[in-house]
Design a protein around this ligand. Structure first.
Ligand code: ADP
Ligand code: MG
Length: 267
């Protein structure tokens, strides 16, 4: 004679299956879902859908958090908190267009060129933010840090691992090219990183130097030309100008202090 398992046993088995499959969020939600299903007379299909939806949304949230951790974005700057009125030289429509991340689909690069403080890193970080939210793998680094890591990897015999690492993300953001001159070895590492991504995955670069001056930054006009050839082949070049956003605040503060101390409006 077969015995019908008690409800409690079936429940334990179901909970056991969810645990075994590591569906922790569904397992935790199970009692509540069953209670609600009974109270509201849900169909079996609806109850199963509700249970699995909880697990799917928890998984998506964990993946998103993981992508943000990996991306190494320096600040919470986003494209929506970029103030267009304060920026000069950038077309809001162009920014909105690259903000859709469509450029990642055909491995287009974005070059953000302009003097210090005009929002290059802000935009690059905002693009990274948008790309992570859209489900892409992003990695943010400075040119100096990339060079230092490649240098260390070469010494430790881990060059190819490092190259694979920089080839991996769909979007690689290289900040602050040109602030420090790069030694020949660093320029060559940067070239290799760019070359292996060429036509496959996108790079966003921020620089304070016009492309004509890259020979100086890289200490080698041939490497600079080869690098620009690859970077610009499929690219959006955004040139920002105008006053530094950082100094804008300093200027306002300085003026307020002057006004307070002299009692006159110096403007
Ligand atoms: P850059 O990389 O060009 O030197 P940043 O992007 O680091 O400049 O900008 C300097 C600071 O000013 C950052 O805190 C940035 O968030 C802010 N900033 C610059 N431009 C804008 C803008 N148009 N709207 C809002 N914040 C801005
Ligand atoms: Mg910057």
């Amino acid at each position: 004679m077969t015995t019908t398992p008690t409800t409690a046993t079936v429940y334990q088995q179901l909970k056991g299956h969810l645990d075994e499959l590591k569906l922790a969020d569904a397992a935790e939600a199970l009692p509540g879902i069953l209670d609600q299903a009974q109270a509201e007379d849900w169909t079996l299909t609806h109850a199963l859908e509700q249970l699995l939806a909880i697990e799917v949304s928890a998984t998506e949230k964990r993946r998103l958090a993981g992508r943000f951790r990996f991306a190494n974005l320096p600040t919470g700057a986003t494209l929506s908190n970029f103030d267009h009125d304060a920026a000069s030289g950038i077309d809001p429509n162009l920014l909105a267009e690259i903000g859709t991340c469509r450029f990642l689909e055909n491995a287009t690069n974005v070059l953000l060129i302009g003097p210090p403080g005009v929002g290059k890193t802000h935009i690059a970080t905002g693009l990274g933010h948008a790309a992570v939210n859209a489900g892409y793998r992003v990695y943010f680094t400075s040119a100096a840090d990339l060079a230092a890591r490649c240098h260390r990897a070469a010494i430790e015999g881990k060059w190819s691992t490092m190259m694979r690492f920089f080839a991996g993300p769909t979007l690689l953001i290289i900040d602050e090219l040109g602030y420090l001159p790069l030694p020949a070895e660093a320029a060559s590492a940067l070239f290799q990183v760019i070359n292996q991504r060429y036509l496959k995955t996108s790079i966003v670069i921020t620089t304070n130097r016009p492309v004509g001056a890259w020979g100086e930054i890289l200490g080698d006009t041939t490497v600079a030309a080869a690098m620009l050839d690859r970077l610009l082949h499929r690219s959006v070049v955004v040139t920002l100008d105008g006053a530094s956003y950082r100094l804008r605040h300093h200027a306002t503060a300085a003026e307020e202090i002057r006004r307070a101390t002299t009692g006159t409006n110096l403007r």
